[in-house]
Design a protein around this ligand. Sequence first.
Ligand SMILES: C[S@@+](CC[C@H](N)C(=O)[O-])C[C@H]1O[C@@H](n2cnc3c(N)ncnc32)[C@H](O)[C@@H]1O
Length: 182
Amino acid sequence: MLAPLAADPRGRRRLRFWSAGCSTGEEPYSIAMTVLEALPDASRWDVRILATDLDSEVLERARRGIYPPERMSNVSPERLQRFFIERHEAGGDGRQIAPEVASLVTFKQLNLIHTLPMKGPLDAIFCRNVVIYFDKETQRELFARIARLQRPGDLLFLGHSESLFKVCDSYALIGKTIHRRA
Ligand SMILES: C[S@@+](CC[C@H](N)C(=O)[O-])C[C@H]1O[C@@H](n2cnc3c(N)ncnc32)[C@H](O)[C@@H]1O
């Protein structure tokens, strides 16, 4: 995901991501971990990940960043070791996202049906498994607004069962779920 962005010929050291419909935070935190793994000198980059959701309750859990063991089964031992802190209070054995990761992510409440308040450009937008709930016209309006936040070459990630076919022609499909702004 980061290779084309990190290899920017203009030598930029600024990366902006948006996880739209971030639920309890796994998506933006895993973006943050990918950034930290891919950029050994990440501290010299200006990286920000905006994570939004409609639901204030999932956002509260996302901000806390504590996950029970059953939610950690897909996390590699290397990531567990590097990016999580063990939490044993209340008799549980959950793990909390480390400050190095959490500091890259800002959570905000946002309804995607409304005007998008953020300014672009955004290098990559993750809008995965959210628009399945929207009718086609709502999807068209949303992706027209999303496209205005990106420059040619920027990336948009959708869920496996989601598509821009007959919804938005501002992107080219470059992978199963990856779209590049035309
Ligand atoms: C299935 S989860 C997807 C989580 C994550 N993107 C993923 O793929 O794992 C869908 C999320 O979209 C949020 N959502 C649904 N309608 C929304 C809307 N109109 N605006 C913002 N978020 C919305 C829900 O609250 C939920 O957290």
